[in-house]
Design a protein around this ligand. Structure first.
Ligand code: HEC
Ligand code: HEC
Length: 208
């Protein structure tokens, strides 16, 4: 962006909805505590739960839960309002044939002009999570139990869940959501290490 053209054109601010404003602290990234910060906690079960709670700061963040809803309707923003315009994941999660997610969500994030609007998220795998993986509005303990349940986690082993959390490129979007959107805490590497340590300590869940 050139610095010479900073005078914004007058906006029809009356009609601009809450939904269209960039988030208040888009550049402020929160940190995750490292695995070592939990090594003094015993018994092991309590340590495992504490590790999952820390990872839960990512898992329950709107950047993740906006795409893991229970009702086939993605959400937007930190206030998690229903996606504007109204869209559904449909049977495939990629949207109904007439209006696939990729009609608007490109392979890479599209910044909006002048950063007066949130970026349009982009990712080659952009799609809505299936309903059995719904996290939105659920307590962390319940999300934890379903993450461990192959019937509700896409048939994954714990090692595969860890790999998905630590390596998946769609999950990675949460740390680089684009201008105007708050990233999830920490780094994907630190998040992957917390999940690994949670598994190594018995994968115990918080009580919902
Ligand atoms: C008609 C265009 C269009 C279609 C189709 C569309 N989206 Fe969006 N979506 C947008 C725009 C524009 C934004 C960014 C503006 C905003 O967040 O206010 C957005 C933002 C989002 C966000 C918000 C991310 C966040 O954390 O704030 C999610 C989640 C999302 N879309 C999911 C989907 C999914 C899943 C599909 C397909 C089932 C889909 N969208 C289809 C236009 C569309
Ligand atoms: C654009 C929508 C979208 C966003 C954003 C998103 N996910 Fe997902 N997620 C999916 C889809 C689709 C699947 C199922 C397909 C797959 O496994 O790749 C899924 C599956 C998963 C799974 C597999 C197992 C299960 O039980 O849910 C995990 C773990 C997961 N996501 C973690 C995350 C985390 C952590 C974030 C935020 C950093 C996140 N996701 C953000 C769409 C999304």
């Amino acid at each position: 962006m050139g610095a010479g053209c900073s005078k914004a054109a007058p906006q029809s601010s009356g009609s601009q909805s809450q939904a269209a404003r960039p988030e208040s602290k888009p550049e402020g990234r929160e940190e995750l505590q490292p695995v070592s910060a939990f090594s003094g906690i015993s018994p092991m079960e309590a340590r495992s739960v504490a590790l999952f709670r820390e990872a839960g700061r990512v898992i329950t963040h709107p950047r993740c839960t906006n795409c893991h809803p229970p009702d086939d309707r993605p959400r937007q923003g930190m206030d998690q309002h229903v996606h504007v315009p109204a869209v559904s994941g449909g049977a495939s999660g990629h949207g109904p044939p007439g209006l696939p997610c990729t009609a608007c969500h490109q392979a890479a994030t599209t910044p909006t002009v002048g950063a007066t609007l949130p970026s349009i998220p982009g990712n080659p795998k952009w799609a809505l999570a299936p309903v059995e993986m719904a996290w939105l509005g659920r307590p962390l303990g319940q999300i934890c139990e379903q993450l461990k349940d192959p019937k509700r986690n896409g048939g994954k082993s714990l090692a595969e869940i860890q790999h998905h959390m630590a390596e998946d490129i769609l999950v990675a979007w949460g740390w680089a959501p684009g201008l105007g959107l708050q990233p999830v805490p920490g780094t994907q590497k630190a998040f992957g290490e917390l999940i690994q340590a949670w598994i190594d300590t018995g994968a115990h869940c918080p009580s919902p």
